[in-house]
Design a protein. Structure first.
Length: 735
């Protein structure tokens, strides 16, 4: 309808666009005014299936086509819009309904378009969003700017966002409901959101961020407060393609912090991170920075009800305790942490495992196949007996337990790498007690090296190096140690159940062995060493008293004194050496010299079978060296560790009796025959010729005595001596 060029132009009708009906309603106040470039009132409406729009306002004066007024649009079907777009916009798939209204002002098509009182609402199956504000569009360079407030809700964020971003990580599905609101400012490609509140809510994760966010190109920066809680970290871990370390040990996680900086270099201040309700718990308070690496500066407190479960997570099964003991269970670590996870330092640290507590400085790295701990540790008392017992068989009823035949579970050596110095006031081992001790513990890929530059034990000092290599199928052991000024009785009783020697001891040993069990290692031991005892005593015999009464005991056929558990032979010094092959130590000949007696000895100690066999031959020296005492009586210390006995050495006794009987025979012949003939016969027998010749009276007595002996057919002198000794010591004459 156009009555004339000065009257209102109206157009109502329907047209077909690509097969779709389009309804059009237009009103132009004066076509003449419009054509003459004058300000003209305009009112237009357009609608088609799923789309409608309207514009009511003025076309400003001028030759350029412009508009100033209210515009609106509603979209409920996006198929047409998609067909008109040069490239698809995936976000359109989330939308079911879009409504827009605004006041638009643009003097001409080539000038800046200004939008005010903009209201936009978008809805879909899982999306609700709204915006109110204003904006500008510059057609000359295509830039857009604007500001306003917004709110948005994604009912199920993960699948919703993945529909437009297929590469979204799978764990995003745990975000659940996501809601945001704030004041947004847009300038070109830069976006600033102030007073932003962003929340996620699901069964797995709850989080809330309040603050500012800015996007400049690809750089995203934050300045605000974040709180988050995870009901189960393991649930999140199950959704990830790359597993979170030790996630199965961690249950709930809560976090509060202030965020500043870009996502590439983010600072978390006033950070409180808490792990609870799992097998690995703890808290960190302080500051963290997240860039190429994560750095921490604050207070750390980590604890676990079971270190065993932590080791198991890394693929290591630790041995269980014997009896009522508890090992590898309660674990705690606390201190001030600084540095990155690649080089983290824990100062003022306290470490506890079961009943053991230590303090010091730590370096901790959680990268790599296994964690690594470095630093210095100090502890008052370190009781390792329950841990060492876990690697052995049950204790037998005897004094000394046999070496274990169980396979040594060296897998535990691969649970962690360490390199730290240890200082302890006391260390209790299964068979030894150490006083103040310094040590370095290096555990690398299953190979344990313990270097002890200084330790005190049983009144003495020592040093040593112990290596247990569990990185190979057959574990190997090597020991190098030196000990000085030891209380020998306490030390030998502790390590071998041997209590017969006391004094101030010293030793130096180098040993090595291999095997899958403790018994196999001890039976394969090779090496050598030296030993010595000063100002000591051998228990079980008083050699001087024994030898002094021996001559009289032969006559009276009674047991001489000087033998018994309370008897001792004092000596000044004992020095010897040994060589060890296949677990058997051959002790070189040694001599123990006292005030009036001497003990010569040698023997062997079978470490593999835990037996001792040492021969001692006490004999008188000096003024007491007369008769049988000058020959000595051989003794033998023989038996298992902890139950060896001092007995007569019958093998050695036979040799001595033969030598002694021969000498007595020689002397008797010389004495009885007398004169040159007796001397000659004694010399022939190897004895010492008798210088004296019997007096007549003596000759008569000797003759009478000889006649009496001839009548009684007397025994030979060597028989008398041998019988006396055998009756004395209960040794039967061989048939």
């Amino acid at each position: 309808a156009l009555p004339n060029m000065a009257s209102t132009f109206e157009m109502d009708g329907t047209m077909v666009l690509d097969g779709e009906p389009v309804e059009i309603n237009l009103e132009l106040d004066s076509p003449r005014a419009f054509l003459d470039g004058q300000e003209t009132q305009f009112d237009g409406r357009l609608s088609l299936t799923g789309l409608s729009g309207s514009a009511q306002g003025m076309i400003p004066a001028g030759t350029g086509l412009g508009f100033s007024g209210a515009v609106s649009a509603d979209v409920s079907d996006f198929d047409l819009i998609k067909s008109l777009l040069p490239e698809p916009i995936p976000a359109l798939d989330l939308m079911d309904q879009v409504s827009l209204s605004a006041n638009l002002s643009q003097p001409s098509a080539d000038q800046v378009m200004t939008l005010s009182d903009v209201k936009v609402s978008v809805s879909g199956d899982s999306l609700q969003t709204a915006f109110e504000g204003a904006g500008n569009y510059a057609p000359q360079n295509g830039t857009v700017s604007g500001s306003g407030t917004f709110d948005a809700v994604l009912a199920d964020a993960g699948p919703t966002i993945r529909s437009i971003l297929p590469d979204l990580p799978a764990e995003a599905d745990l975000a659940g409901r996501v809601s945001t609101e704030g004041a947004i400012m847009l300038q070109d490609n830069n976006i600033t959101i102030q007073n932003l509140i962003a929340q996620t809510q699901s069964d797995a994760v709850d989080s809330r961020y309040e603050g500012d966010l800015s996007v400049q190109g690809e750089n995203i920066s934050l300045n605000g407060a974040l709180t988050a809680s995870i009901a189960s970290l393991n649930q999140i871990n199950e959704q990830r393609t790359e597993a979170i370390p030790y996630a199965s040990l961690i249950e709930s996680v809560s976090l509060t912090t202030n965020l500043t900086g870009s996502l590439d270099d983010l600072t978390l201040s006033d950070l409180d991170l808490t792990l609870a309700d799992g097998d690995l718990n703890g808290q960190f308070t302080g500051t963290a920075t997240v860039s190429e690496v994560v750095s921490l500066n604050g207070s750390l407190d980590v604890n676990s009800p079971s270190a065993r479960r932590i080791a198991s997570e890394s693929g290591t099964d630790l041995p269980t305790a014997k009896g009522d003991a508890t090992i590898f269970e309660a674990f705690a670590l606390s201190g001030t942490v600084t540095g990155s996870t690649d080089a983290m330092t824990l100062s003022g640290a306290t470490l506890s495992l079961d009943d053991i507590t230590a303090t010091g400085e730590f370096g901790i790295s959680l990268n790599g196949v296994r964690p690594k701990v470095t630093g210095q540790l100090k502890t008052d008392s370190l009781d390792l007996r329950p841990y060492m017992d876990a690697y052995t068989t049950e204790r037998p009823s005897g004094q000394v337990e046999p070496w274990s035949e169980d396979t040594i579970p060296v897998e535990g050596l691969s649970a962690i790498n360490t390199d730290f110095d240890l200082t302890a006031n006391a260390i209790q081992l299964s068979q030894m007690s150490l006083g103040a001790t310094e040590a370095n513990v290096d555990l690398t890929n299953g190979r344990l090296t313990i270097t002890v530059p200084n330790m005190t034990l049983y009144g003495g000092q020592g040093d040593g190096t112990f290596i247990l290599d569990g990185s190979t199928p057959t574990p190997t052991v090597s020991i190098t140690a030196g000990l000085n000024r030891l209380q020998s009785d306490s030390f030998l009783n502790a390590v071998a159940g041997f209590t017969q020697a006391s004094g101030t001891g010293r030793t130096r040993v180098t040993l090595s062995g291999s095997g899958i069990s403790q018994a196999a290692i001890m039976q394969s031991m090779n090496g050598d060493g030296t030993f010595g005892i000063s100002d000591g005593a051998i228990s079980g015999i008083d050699a001087a008293e024994f030898l002094t009464g021996l001559q009289n005991a032969l006559t009276t056929r009674s047991l001489p004194s000087g033998l018994g558990p309370l008897e001792k032979t004092q000596f000044k010094d004992l020095v010897g050496g040994f060589s060890l092959q296949n677990g058997v130590a051959e002790i070189q000949s040694f001599s123990i010299t006292g005030a009036s007696a001497q003990l010569d000895g040698s023997g062997r100690i079978d470490m593999g079978n835990q037996t001792v066999d040492i021969r001692l031959q006490p004999k008188a020296v000096g003024a007491q060296a007369k008769g049988i005492t000058a020959f000595g009586i051989p003794l033998r210390i023989k038996g298992p560790f902890g139950a060896s006995l001092v007995t007569l050495d019958t093998e050695g006794l036979t040799q001595i009796l033969q030598a002694r009987a021969a000498e007595e025979a020689r002397n008797a012949i010389s004495d009885r025959v007398g004169g040159p003939a007796g001397s000659i016969l004694g010399s022939i027998l190897g004895g010492t010729p008798t210088e004296t010749t019997p007096q007549p009276a003596e000759e008569d007595n000797a003759a009478e005595h000889a006649e009496a002996e001839e009548e009684a057919e007397p025994e030979k002198p060597e028989d008398l001596i041998e019988d006396g000794l055998r009756q004395l010591f209960g040794v039967k004459r061989p048939d």
